[in-house]
Design a protein around this ligand. Structure first.
Ligand SMILES: *[C@@H]1O[C@H](CO)[C@@H](O)[C@H](O)[C@H]1NC(C)=O
Ligand SMILES: *[C@@H]1O[C@H](CO)[C@@H](O)[C@H](O)[C@H]1NC(C)=O
Ligand SMILES: *[C@@H]1O[C@H](CO)[C@@H](O)[C@H](O)[C@H]1NC(C)=O
Ligand SMILES: *[C@@H]1O[C@H](CO)[C@@H](O)[C@H](O)[C@H]1NC(C)=O
Length: 258
């Protein structure tokens, strides 16, 4: 009996394990670039360089209280008259509070999604049917980096924002310690992609990032990131890349490329 249940479990888990579940939904559009770069994630003008400026706001279930910031999606609209079959690859940078659509897409994403010359027609529709799937974010020439935010005050308060978060994952925890020490202090998400702590270790600092991977979590250890004289406004290379892929559950799994 036990063997049978184990077999059943394997069968079920292999049927539902999927890193490219296709979701049916709707999207609307916004033409102002500023509307998204000033978004809830806190990326600011840095966002313009993400995915060629293809930016999106996601509903609460995608924004995930900020954990969804920086996630990449491939989105295509379902009317072949107006839209290409490959759609647009976008990065989530904002929280969409209007639950009539899962996404609000920026203008560059709209251009990528449309056949030549048809972006205006799609825009006029207001809300369109889409399908989308999560895809890995790829930053070939960039390691995960840590931006020290302006409100930081050495040595009392440290506020950081991880940049160039690759893979198909979420950062769900960050710990900081002095390089070489095992006295870790945990940071909290302040808002969007921004984390902070007022228990700042002294000296040069190392970080541990907890990311979702497979069906659970994984530590990514960046052994030396901030120098002892870290400065607000600076971006520091972590020396590591995040390439983890977290699984969703769905059936059937989409094995094709769009
Ligand atoms: C979009 O992402 C998909 C899946 O990762 C990839 O196959 C495709 O080449 C990307 N398209 C563009 C224009 O980058
Ligand atoms: C959308 O939001 C409105 C107002 O917040 C709420 O009344 C409604 O139930 C929500 N609809 C869905 C489908 O979640
Ligand atoms: C550990 O680090 C915290 C915060 O930096 C500090 O307050 C505490 O004294 C340290 N504990 C030890 C045992 O070094
Ligand atoms: C990424 O980190 C590695 C060390 O782990 C380093 O050799 C490499 O130069 C870094 N890449 C960039 C683009 O900074």
């Amino acid at each position: 009996m036990a063997h049978f249940l184990w077999f059943l479990f394997l069968l079920l888990s292999s049927a539902t394990a999927c890193d490219r579940c296709v979701h049916q939904s709707k999207a609307s559009f916004v033409t102002s670039v500023a509307a998204l770069t000033s978004g809830s994630c806190g990326y600011g003008s840095f966002a313009i360089g993400l995915n060629g400026g293809n930016l999106a706001a996601g509903v609460s279930s995608l924004y995930k209280g900020g954990a969804g910031c920086g996630a990449c999606y491939q989105i295509r609209c379902k009317d072949p008259k107006f839209c290409t079959s490959t759609g647009a690859n976008v990065t989530l940078v904002d929280h969409n509070y209007d639950n009539r659509t899962d996404f609000v897409l920026g203008f560059f994403a709209l251009l990528d999604m449309a056949h030549d010359g048809m972006a205006r027609d799609i825009y006029k529709l207001g809300i369109v049917d889409i399908e989308y799937k999560r895809i890995p974010c790829v930053y070939e020439d960039q390691n995960l980096s840590v931006r020290v935010e302006e409100s930081s005050q050495r040595p009392y308060y440290l506020q950081i924002k991880p940049l160039y978060q690759g893979g198909q994952t979420e950062i769900v925890g960050i710990d900081v310690a002095e390089v070489g020490s095992s006295n870790w202090s945990s940071m909290s998400r302040n808002y969007g992609a921004v984390w902070d702590t007022n228990r700042v270790p002294t000296g040069a600092l190392q970080f541990r990032f907890v990311v979702t991977s497979g069906y659970d979590g994984k530590w990514i250890w960046a052994k030396s990131v901030l120098p002892a004289d870290w400065k607000p406004g600076e971006i520091y290379d972590s020396g590591v890349q995040i390439t983890e892929i977290a699984q969703e559950s769905c059936y059937p799994c989409d094995y094709g490329n769009w």
